[in-house]
Design a protein. Structure first.
Lengths: 370, 177
């Protein structure tokens, strides 16, 4: 086959072509529709990519997301290095880990708003003096609860203050809120290691459930009558029954009691948590200072105050004054700028309804303690 | 698109639709597919009309788009197999001498059927070179390859075509070179 024969054959192949029913206007309408469809598809794809990039980039730029930076996912919001920072609110949970000294220890944790409600079927540990606990206060519940904690290391524990890479606290100690019993030397931001605890002569005590119940009733009655005088302007004072794992629940050998005192001030409802520990069994100062800002004050009688301020996130603050008494007993009183006993969503107030002075008066009140 | 551009495109599409469909038919061997290829080609040209309408070689550009459209179409899974008839169709042509018409028809179908057995790249070269009467340089520009490639593909395509025609035309009705 020559090239000419091929040309003729190709032309002959299309010689019987069917009639062409071609409408250029219809073709243009179809083309315009395809153009619109492609533009819409491109726009949707671009928007999807933008949303995906923003979802990844924004949390990255803002730092660890709340609850996302904590591998354990408990409490939410531990910074990656274990330091409490201003941009990332720390967990409202404060861990009080076992001290180096003799006797039992109490990991103490007033809960913040993100702490999930505790289950109700918790039981009182059989051996309270030798067990470790985490005290959890549900934001929507009225009763602080104690959760048994395994003796092994907890992933959410902040590092020891002595080994912590965190910078020193930037919050100055209260200058005008000194305790009424403090009359002299007060040192702020002392390293926790300078404050050995418990004192060597602390004598542990064993209380029966009946004794604890009776002592709780005495403290409850005292707070009922005296709270309004300490916290001026407080109305609707309601002191819950002292207990342990739940309201009014005590067990033989238990070495702590706690309770909430609800009140209203300037029309805003809040509560103060009171936790008392028997000598040698309270949290150590280093544990108390393991989160948030912390200051230590030494009083004239040799006892000390540890004042901590925790940013619980979403505008919530917790200020705790812990009185380390000379006999080894510990009394911790916490104030909140929201109502930790409320059954509704947390509503932080712009200011703390109680002052550090008032919390200090309560913590140093000799009528409180076991 | 502005009204003037639309009018120019309408005129271009009307003038080139038949030519594009014929080339598409020689590529694919089916008039329906050829019409689809022609319309897809014109739609692609419409989308870039504001950019390509001033090109002097718009016809060559249209052939390039058609070739790419056909090759893309062939790569689709449901297009990978070409269906050809087992026997040559016998279509009567009453307007011509029956004996001559039968001979032309036989030759036409034989060439077309043999062309469909040539590889797509070689087939495209044969269509562009011997149906559209394009030069080697123009064919190379459309196929976006070197002129030497066009020459070699054309030679191999012709060789394949002759072999197929010889096999199909065992009766000797088609002359061989």
């Amino acid at each position: 086959m020559s090239e000419q024969e091929l040309r003729e054959g190709l032309r002959a192949a299309v010689a019987d072509e069917p009639a062409l029913s071609f409408d250029p206007d219809a073709l243009m309408v179809r083309a315009q529709r395809e153009i619109k469809r492609r533009r819409a598809l491109f726009g949707a794809g671009t928007a999807t990519v933008a949303v995906a990039v923003a979802a990844v980039a924004v949390p990255t730029m803002l730092g660890s997301p709340r609850g996302g930076g904590n591998p354990a996912g408990s409490g939410g919001g531990w910074p990656a290095d274990g330091c409490a920072s201003g941009s990332v609110p720390p967990s409202p949970t404060v861990w009080y880990r076992p001290s180096d000294g003799p006797g039992p220890s109490f990991p103490y944790s007033p809960s913040g708003p993100s702490e999930p409600p505790m289950p109700t079927e918790l039981t009182v540990p059989s051996e309270p003096p030798s067990a470790s606990f985490k005290v959890v206060v549900p934001s929507s519940g009225a009763v602080p609860t104690f959760v048994p904690v395994p003796s092994g290391p907890r992933p959410t524990e902040p590092p020891e203050p002595s080994a912590s890479p965190c910078p020193p606290s930037s919050v100055p100690p209260p200058s005008s809120s000194g305790p009424p019993t403090a009359s002299g030397s007060a040192s702020a931001n002392q390293p926790q290691s300078d404050f050995p605890w418990p004192p060597p002569d602390a004598k542990q005590r064993h209380y029966t459930a009946a004794q604890l119940t009776a002592r709780g009733a005495e403290m409850r009655a005292h707070l009922t009558t005296d709270f309004g005088r300490t916290v001026s302007g407080a109305t609707d004072v309601s002191v819950e029954e002292f207990g342990g794992e739940s309201t009014g629940a005590v067990a033989d050998g238990q070495n702590y009691l706690n309770s909430f005192t609800g009140y209203a001030r300037n029309g805003v409802h809040s509560a103060v948590a009171v936790a008392v520990f028997s000598p040698g069994d309270g949290p150590s100062p280093s544990q108390a200072c393991s989160e948030g800002s912390c200051s230590v004050q030494q009083l004239t009688a040799g006892d000390r105050l540890v004042i901590t301020k925790i940013d619980a996130g979403n505008g919530a603050e917790i200020v705790t004054v812990t009185h380390y008494r000379t006999d080894g007993a510990v009394v911790a009183v916490s104030g909140y700028n929201y109502d930790p006993t409320a059954k509704t969503a947390m509503q932080p107030q712009p200011s703390m309804p109680v002052t550090i002075d008032q919390l200090t008066k309560l913590a140093t009140d000799p009528a409180l303690g076991i | 698109m502005r009204t003037g551009d639309e009018e120019r495109f309408r005129r271009f599409a009307t003038d080139h639709a038949a030519m594009l469909r014929r080339s598409a038919f020689l590529f694919c061997g089916d008039w329906h597919t050829a019409e689809d290829l022609m319309q897809q080609t014109l739609i692609k040209i419409y989308r870039s009309w504001s950019r390509v309408q001033k090109q002097e070689t718009l016809t060559r550009y249209a052939r390039t788009v058609l070739l790419r459209t056909w090759l893309d179409e062939k790569r689709r899974p449901f297009r990978r197999s070409e269906v050809t008839g087992a026997d040559l169709p016998e279509v009567p042509d009453g307007s011509a001498d029956p004996a001559l018409a039968a001979g032309r028809m036989w030759a036409r179908d034989l060439v077309h059927r043999a062309l469909l057995e040539v590889a797509p790249g070689q087939r495209a070269v044969l269509v562009l070179r011997y149906f559209d009467d394009l030069s080697v340089a123009e064919t190379a520009a459309i196929m976006r390859c070197a002129e030497g490639t066009v020459k070699s593909q054309a030679a191999r395509g012709l060789e394949t075509l002759r072999a197929v025609v010889a096999r199909l035309g065992a009766t000797g009705r088609v002359a061989s070179s």
